[in-house]
Design a protein around this ligand. Structure first.
Ligand SMILES: Cc1ncc(COP(=O)(O)O)c(C=O)c1O
Length: 407
């Protein structure tokens, strides 16, 4: 049973009117944006374009109000305690780098253990790999089992004695949803700080950073119907207070003399320079849109679609799927290969039929090495996708098999 009116939802996205044949299956890379998000940004530029926090005139006050209101929406969406704990960033990558610089550089020392997993996106892999190298710390990697899930026994043993644990909530390749509550609980017991990469979970499921018990949680606006160039970092207030700023400049300062500088209070201590104001306001509109749909409905819809896609794709004999085969274990991301055809060729053929999928390593090269596979094809779903889109994907893949005379 489809619980959302997909045709109605789709009509909110101008890109589909402008590309009537488009079947967009690449939302894990970036989502499309509905009209209210575009309009919210336009309204800023056309009606109250001014810098925030600086002017005492009317349109600056209006811009500041909308910009801060959006922060409150983000805070509610991830269930943080206070707006002080929500820092605007350019997205997940910048959020994780902020933690690496602000926390890691200050508190991780030689010999400390940093724990990540083999399924991490480069954004949650490389910063820790580089920090470990600089600090002479140990980088320890939790492996996956044959279902593409983290090995249970390794979660406990490898986190033992760790200083910092950085794990994705949902994998952008396998789709696997990790039990972050459990991981954060173990990290806490060990006295380690937890960093969760929520890039692939926040758009699709209920997030409660307090229930998860995480210390940091990173996410991107552009994967959740919002604009590019804006995202968020949730950080526990006490930890944010203890950290050094990531960037220096305007707005993050309370006082500067020739001799020294003092930092602004949270969250501004981490928001140097003029931030993407229109984008922050658009981000707020995206959250309004998702909240209206109901994030639980979004999750249910995608789960149903994923279940359908897994069953349909399983009928294609030469198709290998990576990651859990059960829809309740994953987000709406299906990574696969048609044996005998390079994924780039598959994607090119699908493109002839208006299908947009992603191919390559999806910024997860260590995972591809671990699975001993090269490039893969990935289809990912969101609020505007339907079973009809899955049927088109299946038909396109059968066509690719015919062209290459395999399958
Ligand atoms: C799991 C995961 N982490 C991090 C990122 C990086 O996100 P961004 O490029 O928005 O910083 C992505 C993007 O695909 C992702 O899927």
């Amino acid at each position: 049973m489809i619980i959302m009116n997909i045709e109605k939802i789709k009509s909110d996205f101008p890109v589909f009117k402008n590309n009537p044949n488009l079947t967009y299956l690449d939302s894990a890379s970036t989502s499309q944006r509905p009209l209210p998000v575009i309009e919210a940004m336009n309204e800023y530029y056309t009606s109250f374009n001014a810098n925030v926090h600086r002017g005492v005139y009317k349109i600056s006050e209006e811009a500041t109000e909308k910009y801060e209101k959006a922060r409150e929406k983000v805070r509610n969406f991830v269930c943080a305690k206070s707006d002080k704990e929500i820092i605007y960033t350019r997205g997940t990558t910048e959020s994780i780098n902020l933690v690496m610089h602000g926390y890691g550089e200050k508190f991780v020392n030689s010999g400390d253990k940093i724990v990540i997993t083999i399924m991490e996106h480069h954004s949650n892999f490389v910063p820790w790999q580089q920090l470990a190298k600089r600090k002479n710390a140990k980088l320890v990697i939790i492996d996956i089992n044959e279902n593409g899930e983290l090995k249970e026994d390794e979660i406990k043993t490898k986190i033992k004695g760790a200083k910092l644990v950085a794990v994705s909530h949902a994998s952008n390749v396998l789709g696997t949803i990790n039990n972050v509550s459990e991981i954060c609980k173990i990290a806490k017991e060990e006295g380690a700080v937890s960093v969760i990469d929520g890039a692939q979970s926040v758009p699709h499921m209920k997030i409660d950073v307090q229930k998860f018990g995480c210390d940091f949680f990173a996410f991107s606006g552009h994967k959740m119907l919002g604009p590019t160039g804006i995202g968020g970092l949730y950080g526990r207030e006490e930890l944010l207070e203890s950290m050094d700023p990531f960037l220096y400049g305007g707005d993050m300062i309370s006082e500067v003399t020739v001799e020294k500088s003092e930092w602004n209070y949270l969250p501004y201590k981490f928001e140097a320079g003029t931030l993407p104001i229109a984008e922050a306001i658009g981000f707020g509109a995206a959250i309004d849109y998702l909240s209206k749909l109901g994030i639980e409905n979004v999750y249910k819809h995608e789960k149903e679609l994923t279940e359908y896609a897994i069953s349909k794709l399983s009928e294609i004999k030469n198709l290998s799927m990576y990651g859990p085969k059960k829809a309740d274990k994953k987000v709406g991301v299906i990574t696969f290969n048609l044996n005998g055809i390079h994924s780039h060729d598959v994607a090119t053929i699908l493109s002839e039929y208006g299908l947009a999928i992603r191919t390559g390593h999806h910024c997860a090269m260590p995972l591809h090495d671990r699975l001993q596979i090269g490039a893969t094809a990935r289809a990912s779903f969101y609020v505007y996708n339907s079973k009809e889109d899955v049927n088109k994907l299946v038909a396109g893949l059968k066509e690719a098999n015919k062209i290459f005379k395999v399958g």
